[in-house]
Ligand binder design. Structure first.
Ligand code: 4NP
Length: 154
């Protein structure tokens, strides 16, 4: 069966679309057909494409994300996805609070998948400069490698 993963940040225009892109790129040669999506806990940017700086860093690293559109996480997501991975602790708390009692989805924090960085936030690059997006890309790419192996291990 295809495992499914939903990445969740606040706006769904910076960090989670980059995590989605990094895992999609990481899984290009995987035998698994992993279903990958992203969403935000907030609704300010619904229907908008990713931030131009996020589009630029993804493009520099070989992935086009301009077609993505932001959406807000829903309670259905907790039934539709096997794994929901929060980009920071506040989003993890918000997801935990809205999680339906019988939902199947397993919640985790992105950096809990990276050795030595458990419990850390992926910093929000939205209010900073271009270089913050390079850091975000490096972080989500490192996590994507271990998440792919974790999913392949079943
Ligand atoms: P993201 O970044 O959660 O990584 O998509 C943000 C984007 C927009 C806002 C906050 C964070 N905002 O407040 O509009």
């Amino acid at each position: 069966m295809s495992p499914s993963v939903l990445f969740v940040c606040l706006g769904n225009i910076c960090r989670s679309p980059l995590a989605e892109a990094a895992l999609r790129q990481e899984c290009t040669h995987s035998a698994l057909n992993i279903i990958i999506d992203s969403a935000g806990t907030g609704d300010w940017h619904v229907e908008q494409p990713p931030d131009e700086r996020a589009q630029a860093v993804a493009a520099r690293n070989g992935v086009a994300i301009g077609h993505l559109r932001a959406r807000q996480v829903t309670t259905s997501d907790f039934h539709d996805f096997d794994h929901i991975i929060a980009l920071d602790n506040q989003n993890l708390r918000d997801l935990t609070a809205m999680r339906p009692a019988k939902a199947a989805a397993k919640l985790s924090l992105l950096f809990d998948h990276v050795a030595g960085r458990a419990g850390e936030d992926v910093a929000d690059p939205y209010y900073g400069g271009e270089d913050g997006f390079d850091q975000t890309w490096a972080e989500v790419t490192e996590a994507a490698r271990t998440i792919r192996k974790w999913l392949e291990a079943g």
